[in-house]
Design a protein around this ligand. Structure first.
Ligand SMILES: *Cc1c(COP(=O)(O)O)cnc(C)c1O
Length: 353
């Protein structure tokens, strides 16, 4: 059978030969003592990239969010963020379990909330209401289909947060996708934020790791929580080297992923039974509904995988997600489009074989 084309997530990349070489050759030491030169170099690089004083290498993006929330919140307080945000949907209730924090979901199209909606929630300040701890923004939005927060949208939300003395946190899992798509630097995007992190394991193609950046004081405290959460490592230069390699070699090529997503989306628009929900396609994520095929999203994805070795991700009963990344070539996108076309022509109107 043909090779698997995995569009289920941009976490499905494998380290490239060049990245593996960089990892094998990494100079290492004890990270917990601040003596791993490669980890230190990655932290310095990300601090500079995001325009912050210091940065901290962590095992995962989820830990970046959880440590930032612990930094900014006290038990019983609430974090304000979009209702589809990763910490609400996919972090196993971490904010409640680890830090005693609750999460206030804000509405809005494409994973973004408005300054007005944020302000409306912050006006509730009687003794009955939870105190707000921080405001969190996802760049780009995952469940919002890779949408980019514009500088104007960020400024409006940042003004409300500042007026209420609230720290502003960026879940920058895909910040570099926004940077490449807009030409706006990571530091410029992050300027109004008190904490920001980038994931190394999404489009950047690393096997492990994410880096949280903030003021020197906040990062010093974050290191304490890194120990507390069990995330402090030893010779982490082996994996930090992958991050440095990715920042050198895998950033500008994210533009290819965006072109691939647009090509896939445009092709899907001409196919029967499906409806593209991500409009416009801004980066590397495309959501589409399969309600018109007579199949549920999980059945659709199972059968497409079985018949043509193209993997997509079911999100709920009718919605499917396709994500482009480093391991998906021009030819893979054409092959996936062909496979979808064949499959959809056969399954039109529920007459699936
Ligand atoms: C993947 C992701 C995370 C979590 O990152 P991990 O490195 O998988 O822990 C957090 N936020 C967003 C928006 C993500 O897409």
């Amino acid at each position: 059978m043909s090779v698997l084309i995995d569009l289920s997530s941009d976490t499905q990349t494998r380290p490239t030969p060049g990245m593996r070489r960089a990892m094998a050759e990494a100079v290492v030491g004890d990270e917990q003592k601040g003596e791993d030169p490669t980890t230190n170099q990655l932290q310095d690089t990300v601090a500079q990239l995001t325009g912050k004083e210091h940065a901290l290498f962590l095992p995962s993006g989820a830990m970046c969010n959880q440590i930032a929330f612990r930094l900014w919140g006290r038990p019983g307080q609430t974090i304000l963020l979009h209702e589809t945000a990763h910490p609400i949907q996919y972090e196993a209730g971490g904010a409640a379990a680890l830090s005693g924090l609750q999460l206030t979901p804000l509405p809005g199209a494409r994973g973004k909330f408005s300054a007005e909606d944020l302000a409306r929630h912050l006006t509730r300040t009687s003794r009955h209401n939870p105190k707000s701890a921080c405001v969190s923004v996802e760049q780009t939005t995952n469940r919002g289909g890779g949408a980019i927060w514009t500088l104007g949208e960020i400024d409006a939300v940042a003004d409300v947060a500042a007026a209420n003395n609230l720290p502003l946190h960026m879940d920058g899992a895909r910040l570099m996708n926004a940077v490449v798509e807009t030409g706006i630097s990571a530091a410029h995007f992050a300027a109004r934020f008190d904490s920001v992190w980038v994931d190394l394991t999404k489009g950047l193609g690393c096997p492990i790791g994410a880096v949280l950046a903030a003021s020197a004081e906040a990062i010093e405290e974050a290191f304490h929580y890194k120990h507390q959460f069990g995330g402090a490592m030893r010779q982490s230069g082996i994996i930090a080297a992958a991050g440095l390699y990715a920042l050198d070699h895998h950033v500008t090529r994210l533009a290819d992923d965006h072109a691939h997503a647009r090509r896939l989306g445009a092709a899907l628009q001409t196919m029967p039974g499906v409806k593209v929900e991500t409009d416009p396609i801004e980066t590397n994520i495309v959501f589409f509904s399969v309600a018109g095929t007579g199949l549920t999203a999980p059945a659709f994805c199972d059968r497409l995988l079985a018949e043509s070795n193209v993997r997509l991700g079911p999100v709920d009963d009718t919605l499917v997600r396709a994500v482009t990344h480093l391991d998906v070539t021009d030819q893979d996108i054409l092959t996936a489009i062909d496979a979808l076309h064949t499959f959809l022509t056969q399954t039109k109107n529920g007459t699936a074989p």
